[in-house]
Design a protein around this ligand. Sequence first.
Ligand SMILES: *Cc1c(COP(=O)(O)O)cnc(C)c1O
Length: 500
Amino acid sequence: MKYQSTRDSRVSVSAAQTIAQGICSNGGLFVPEDFPRISEAELSGLVKMDYRARAALIMRKYLTDFTSEEIAECTSRAYDSRKFSGGVPAPVSVLKSGISFLELWHGPTCAFKDMALQILPHFLTRSLKKIRADKDALILVATSGDTGKAALEGFRDVEGTKILVFYPQDGVSAMQERQMRTQEGSNVSVVAVQGNFDDAQTGVKRIFTDEDVQKQLAANGMMFSSANSINWGRLLPQIVYYFSAYCDLVTSGTIPLGQEIDFCVPTGNFGDILAGYYAKKMGLPVHRLICASNANNVLTEFLTTGVYDRNRKFYTTISPSMDILVSSNLERLLYDVTDRDDAKISGWMKQLSETGRYEVDSATLAKIKEVFAAGFCDDSETKEEIKRVYEADHYLCDPHTAVAARVAREYREKNGSSVPIVVVSTASPYKFAPDVLSAVSPESDAAGDVFRAVEMLSERTGTEVPKSIAALRTKPLRFSEVCSKDGMRDAVLRIAGKRS
Ligand SMILES: *Cc1c(COP(=O)(O)O)cnc(C)c1O
């Protein structure tokens, strides 16, 4: 299997090269040249497997320059049951109201980013060996909160790598910030940027393609790599849990094999939901993918009107991992629905970077609408939904998941849909305890103390606090550097120059 660039379909590189490089040098994103089909017989085989085996089977189809043994080793290390609370990486909870939740937050950092970032370091270090890059990788990450922590945890003390995470100074939750600033490991650094997530992401993209920085890195025996959701090595593992959720629903007797289902996905950078689209292309019986956004509803508008316009007010919400105005992975969807029209994609992306806006043609929009629906809600509606789900089903969801739960419910009501639906649940409610607590129990007052809120939420709901969150309380803060948008480059050069 070879990989192309969304901005030049003549590019043809191996999976190892794709993963090692992260982003194409022309600014495009790597995509596989085709999407292997999973037959119904294979799907029925997957039903009988555990998560690790499902992951290995699906990923083998794309990582053709890896041996089966290598892939099996990566999956069994990444999805070791000891790393996931309850022992299962991606369990599905079927509520009595008929909606199911695919819980992707049982990993070490309590958010769905673990599903990809526990395995990416294994893929990446092997990829670097395969392409004979005798350089260490400097992993640059811009995070809206959850990626940073999950990447730090995935890469900590991984030989041949250093990792530097930039997060928006006022754009992450108190818990997310604490998780990052207490990170352990000899190869990790964390810096706050004065700006929002888009500023951090734009800064990282710019530094990535800065030839002068690349030269200085090479002189120190290093090269850049990315753990952001634009890396194919992040996207691929996410395809797996769509298949896995489907198989689990078959096993539990919720659906018969072959029945089409909907997924509703809380969306930011469009990585998670794009993996669902790829699963559908591979033959998973998916009816609709419903894209759920918060008040930063640029995707709702795009998926309904075909106009992408980032020139709008930026809202800081209680679902910060979705506070994004430029959803990078959308470029991959556009490439696919235009039948790989690289010139068209390059044009739209140029308009986006120059004017902040582009509009797709009606044929493209129609193709998108065959598969995607979209909706959004604001913070007060999100809190209402947390309360509603808790009261109806005694099920606690975090704000990101609640956005999707609400959009899913409204979608079903509006369309009179009886298609079984899975809401993708992306974070533990304890990661956002103050907001979840005030939603289920407005009279509770944690007096601005996140750990008090964690305690009260557990007392109030009788649910268990994840171990990694309970442990944060007493961990020392290791990082406190803040830089301006223009200071990011210097921060990178400083890390690159440091001997580990
Ligand atoms: C990252 C994240 C999202 C958004 O996922 P994308 O792949 O960026 O669309 C949603 N919820 C949570 C909790 C996240 O961490």
